[in-house]
Design a binder for this molecule. Structure first.
Ligand SMILES: [Zn+2]
Length: 225
């Protein structure tokens, strides 16, 4: 079970279909591995038809949001996954297969990870760009050898990382399979991969966070990472 989750705002924007493709892929992959966030997305999607589309953002009282979250708190632990592009499956099937990639990501990348355009970065770290045809976001897989420390770095823009295999630690704590970490230019960190297992991550950088659609426009002021 992941310990580092996506914000309510991101999950809500995802449910509303307002996220850019690269961020949407991160959310879809996280909720495949995280029953807590998946349950929230399902609730937002259910609310979307009955509530959100009819609400003018300007008239939404503050209490409405807390009411939504109260509903969410009482609705955790759903077992079946619903994926926005259709179909459902159970987590246990994928866990048995030991596929490091959540199904949404596997659907993008195909069966053969080694066929991706891997290139060396530093200290044995490799990365492979993923072409999403999206507007400005840079999406890549990154593999950090077990025990290796990445160079200390800051970010030129927002960056979101999803751990797919192995794990790493930095000043923000430990991040294992399914965990997400948000970083902005103010974050100065030095991730160190766990001993014993290479760390495989999905990283989206400089993702355009300007959201579209009625819900997206309403949420923009709340996007703070
Ligand atoms: Zn989560």
């Amino acid at each position: 079970m992941p310990e580092h989750h996506l914000s309510e705002e991101i999950l809500m924007a995802y449910a509303a279909g307002s996220l850019p493709e690269a961020l949407s892929l991160v959310v879809a992959s996280h909720i495949t591995l995280c029953p807590v966030c998946r349950s929230k997305v399902e609730t937002y999607e259910a609310l979307g038809g009955s509530l959100m589309e009819d609400i003018s953002p300007a008239s939404l009282p503050e209490s409405a949001l807390s009411n939504i979250f109260a509903v969410l708190d009482s609705d955790e632990g759903a077992e079946e996954k619903t994926v926005p592009w259709g179909g459902t499956f159970t987590p246990s099937q994928q866990e048995r297969e030991r596929d490091p990639l959540p199904r949404p990501l596997r659907d993008y990348l195909g069966e053969n990870l080694s066929a991706l355009p891997w290139r060396p970065v530093i200290r044995g770290v490799e990365e492979a760009e993923i072409t999403l045809g999206s507007n400005g976001a840079r999406t890549r897989l990154m593999r950090i050898p077990a025990g290796v420390a990445m160079p200390r770095h800051t970010h030129g823009g927002e960056e979101i990382t999803l751990v797919l295999e192995g794990g790493y630690s930095d000043a923000g704590g430990h991040f294992g399979r399914g965990d997400v970490q948000l970083a902005d230019p103010s974050v100065d960190h030095q991730p160190v991969a766990d001993d014993g297992e290479d760390c495989l991550c999905l990283v989206v950088s400089d993702a355009p966070l300007k959201l579209t659609g009625p819900i997206g426009r309403w949420l923009n002021p709340f996007i703070s990472y």
